[in-house]
Each structure stands twice: as structure tokens, then as C-alpha cells.
Write a protein that binds this ligand. Structure first.
Ligand SMILES: [Zn+2]
Length: 256
């Protein structure tokens, strides 16, 4: 009995000394993939599936089904495999350029289209990271989580309407991406969002391409270090305790 108590005490002291509520201080990693390129389904999805990971894809519903883009069937198959699909406006609109009616339509028609195809969209990524306060209010009225385009550090408490990401650019090597993760691990960041766009062998002048080979090396390294990779909404839920709060028993009216 004395040994059991000592073990519990040692664990508590270890956790307290680490300054965290858990002795495992690795950040949660989110992989977000924007703009609905077909290579998300043909290249990234099989690699992530092989290593047992999921991702969040932010799509422009006006482009779904077009040449070189995801189809609704692709997205539904990803959903079956626990991927998250989020909003990104109908046409990748630069929201500050639009008048009120246009901005409202770009955001709400995109949301409605996702809902009409069987999705329950919870997260939105600002196209190119741009939004006015007007746009932000419309988006926050529909979505729980908003991702911007700045590389930010995220510690508790997490602000689910202000989450940034590390932008993977064409010709980045695995170490360029992983250095951001090691930096976040050293900084005790709670969440690191790594953002991809396309997975092709040739960038062809596109600024945000990641070759399938580099992506596989990256995902393999995540698995090698056994990082906790979650979808955007699931990670934010976990870090904000949203699910935990939802399941708390109702204790109102009970005697102390
Ligand atoms: Zn985009």
C-alpha cells in the first residue's frame, strides 16, 4: 500500500514539476490541406491512411467536381475515414474586396452546400488569411473554429477563432517542415497546424506544392516519433475541453 501511494505521489510531483497537467508534453499536430486539389485524394490520402492518420481539408464548394479538383464522392470517402471537411468560401474569394451581399453569399452558400452534401462543417479557413470584421462575424456565426494564415504559437488557453498555421511551400524538404515541429515541442506549444495545398511531382510555379515523396517521408517521420495527429476540430475540442464539458454530469441541486 505504501508503495502504491509513493508511486501516485511520484507521478503527481513529476507532473507538477513539468509545469503541465500531463507528463506527455508533445504538441498535438494538425494537418490541414486547402483548396481541394485532386492530389489530396490521389496522393495524400493513401499515404495518411497507410500510417493511420487523418487530416482536415478546407474546400471551395464552387470548384468541387471540376477538372483536377476533388469530387463530392472523394470528400464523402474521406469523411468515412474520419477526415474533417471545412469551409473556405465558394470561389476562394478575397473577402475584403467584396460588398456585404457578396461576402455573405460566399460564406453562407459554401456552408449550405457542405451541409446539403451531408457534412456538418465546424471549421473555416480564411481564403489567403484575409477577412474584415464583417466577414469574421458572419463566419463566427456559422463555424466553431477559424483558421487564419499566420504562423502562430498556441498555448493554453486555445482561442478557437484565432488559430494559425505553418505554410508548407514548394520545395520544402522534410527537415524544413519538421524543424517547425521541433521548435514547437521545445516551446511547449499545445498545438501545431501544418498546412499543405497540393501533392504533385512538379510544382510548375505553384508556390505551395509538396511532392508525394516528401509528404510520405514527413508522415513516416510523424509516425516514427508517434506524434498525436488529429483533425482540426478534434484537436481544438480536446485542447479546450469541449467534449469533456459536454459529458460532465449535471450536479446542480445535489447536497454538498
Ligand atoms: Zn486557400
Amino acid at each position: 500500500m505504501r508503495w502504491i501511494n509513493f508511486s501516485v505521489l511520484a507521478f503527481v510531483l513529476l507532473a507538477a514539476c513539468s509545469g503541465r497537467d500531463t507528463v506527455n508534453n508533445e504538441p498535438i499536430i494538425c494537418l490541414t490541406i486547402d483548396d481541394g486539389d485532386k492530389s489530396i485524394y490521389t496522393a495524400a490520402y493513401p499515404i495518411l491512411k497507410e500510417y493511420g492518420y487523418t487530416a482536415t481539408t478546407f474546400v471551395n464548394t464552387g470548384k468541387i467536381g471540376r477538372s483536377n479538383h476533388l469530387s463530392w464522392n472523394d470528400l464523402l470517402n474521406l469523411k468515412e475515414d474520419d477526415w474533417e471537411t471545412g469551409g473556405h468560401t465558394v470561389n476562394h474569394a478575397n473577402l475584403p474586396d467584396l460588398d456585404d451581399a457578396e461576402a455573405l453569399w460566399e460564406i453562407t452558400a459554401d456552408y449550405d452546400s457542405l451541409c446539403a452534401h451531408g457534412f456538418d462543417p465546424l471549421s473555416f479557413a480564411l481564403p489567403s488569411g484575409h477577412a474584415t470584421q464583417r466577414d469574421f462575424c458572419i463566419i463566427a456565426g456559422l463555424y466553431r473554429n477559424i483558421r487564419n494564415s499566420r504562423d502562430m504559437t498556441h498555448h493554453q488557453p486555445i482561442d478557437r477563432l484565432n488559430i494559425g498555421y505553418f505554410f508548407v511551400q514548394s520545395d520544402y524538404a522534410v527537415d524544413d517542415i519538421f524543424n517547425r515541429i521541433w521548435q514547437g515541442t521545445i516551446n511547449n506549444e499545445a498545438l501545431i497546424v501544418i498546412g499543405f495545398h497540393r501533392f504533385r511531382n512538379q510544382a510548375d510555379g505553384y508556390p505551395a506544392n509538396c511532392s508525394p515523396e516528401v509528404f510520405e517521408q514527413f508522415v513516416s517521420k510523424l509516425r516514427e516519433h508517434d506524434f498525436n495527429v488529429m483533425t482540426f476540430n478534434n484537436a481544438v475540442d480536446k485542447l479546450t475541453g469541449a467534449n469533456m464539458n459536454r459529458n460532465l454530469p449535471d450536479i446542480t441541486g445535489l447536497e454538498p
